[in-house]
Ligand binder design. Structure first.
Ligand code: FES
Length: 128
């Protein structure tokens, strides 16, 4: 049985925008709101190079990554062709204007995902 955790009200998420949900471990979860008030939740990490999808532009049921403009489907987390990749999605429940996420998923789903490090590459001791 799913243990739903209250996150926020739908109105707390800007239309065509997103909010981030911090977790005890793992990257944040991005919650998106479409123009027609559908709510979606994805790991806040683009499948390309880890861009923060919560800062992207929402259109229809997709988000454009702010870094290199890949289009990611909000229903599936899948990148639109010709790009390839998928970001983990999270179950969402909306009840009477309140947004809920699955507590078990928040605690365990995709907690090992990381972002690429920015800046110059580090050389290994063997290569130096
Ligand atoms: S990191 Fe998202 S398109 Fe490159």
């Amino acid at each position: 049985m799913i243990s739903w955790t209250f996150i926020c009200r739908v109105d707390d998420i800007p239309p065509l925008g997103a909010r981030r949900v911090a977790r005890a471990s793992g990257l944040d979860v991005a919650i998106f709101r479409s123009a027609d008030d559908q709510i979606f939740a994805l790991l806040d990490r683009c499948p390309h190079k880890g861009g923060p999808l919560s800062q992207g532009l929402v259109f229809g049921t997709s988000v454009a990554c702010p870094l290199h403009n890949w289009t990611i489907g909000l229903c599936t987390g899948q990148a639109a062709a010709p790009d390839e990749g998928c970001t983990p999605k999270f179950a969402v429940k909306v009840d009477n204007g309140a947004v809920f996420l699955d507590a078990a998923e928040l605690a365990s789903h995709a907690t090992s995902a990381t972002r690429p490090l920015a800046g110059p590459c580090q050389r290994s001791a063997a290569a130096a």
